[in-house]
Design a binder for this molecule. Structure first.
Ligand SMILES: [Fe+2]
Length: 248
């Protein structure tokens, strides 16, 4: 390595740190795009049997997602095509986990997280519900769309230098937690997305590709108080028992 190369490396890492603030996390982005996040995740979260696989948390998770009632909406009006999400949270034996926290966050229909807007008075397109006694959950959201990771910082410079794409396939992020069980940070990817095989952060796993079914029926939409087209996603999550249970 030459002194100039060494200085360029120091400069790159310094610029990565300087791009971070309370909302923007360029270092997570660097870790994600280098595949380090998925490697750490794979080593730390070895799942057995039917347990839901994990994936990158990404740079857009926040700590202020609000609790919403079952069947409520994590997205405010007009944020995108309506999506009805439902499923169950169970343990490895299929027994329902009541009171489990199902947190979700996603892009709006423009491919942007709420944190990417200049004004963010309240969290949007993020929230959590608690499962009912039978382990079921349901909430409304919007159809996530594919998006480019932020490329206006050092990570963008790196991707351009390497000739790499910056797109992520459309996905809905989840964080599932239940008392006495290992929590899982994961995401469900929209089946058929053209970027499934070229994710900029290597986050796609085949078990996490899910069917977001499109519905065009005006009658069905009216019955649900929606306008067509709308989408449905049904998916069950399975948690492993924790060796050292923590409160949720
Ligand atoms: Fe994401």
């Amino acid at each position: 390595m030459t002194p100039d190369e060494w200085a360029a490396g120091i400069g790159f890492l310094t610029a990565t740190g300087q791009k971070c603030d309370a909302i923007r996390q360029e270092y997570i982005l660097l870790s994600d795009t280098c595949g380090v996040s998925m490697l750490v995740d794979a080593l730390a979260n070895r799942k057995s049997g039917a347990a839901t696989e994990s994936t990158v948390i990404g740079p857009f998770h926040t700590a202020d997602a609000p609790e919403i009632p079952l069947d409520g909406s994590i997205a405010s009006a007009g944020k995108g095509a309506p999506l009805l999400v439902s499923g169950r949270v169970t343990d490895s034996a299929g027994a329902p986990l009541a009171g489990a926290v199902v947190e979700a966050w996603e892009t709006d229909g423009h491919g942007l997280y709420d944190t990417q807007y200049a004004v963010r008075d309240v969290p949007d397109c993020r929230g959590y519900v608690r499962t009912a006694s039978d382990g079921r959950f349901a909430f409304r959201a919007v159809l996530p769309v594919e998006y480019s990771i932020p490329t206006d910082g050092p990570v963008g410079d790196m991707l351009r230098a390497l000739g790499r794409a910056s797109m992520r396939p459309a996905h809905l992020h989840f964080k599932i937690a239940a008392a006495g069980h290992v929590p899982v940070v994961t995401a469900l990817y929209v089946d058929g997305d053209p970027s499934l095989d070229a994710d900029a952060v290597f986050g796609v796993k085949s078990s996490l590709v899910a069917r977001f079914e499109r519905h065009d029926s005006a009658d069905d939409a009216r019955r649900l108080g929606l306008t067509p087209p709308f989408y449905t996603l049904a998916h069950d999550f399975v948690l492993e028992p924790a060796l050292f249970p923590a409160a949720v």
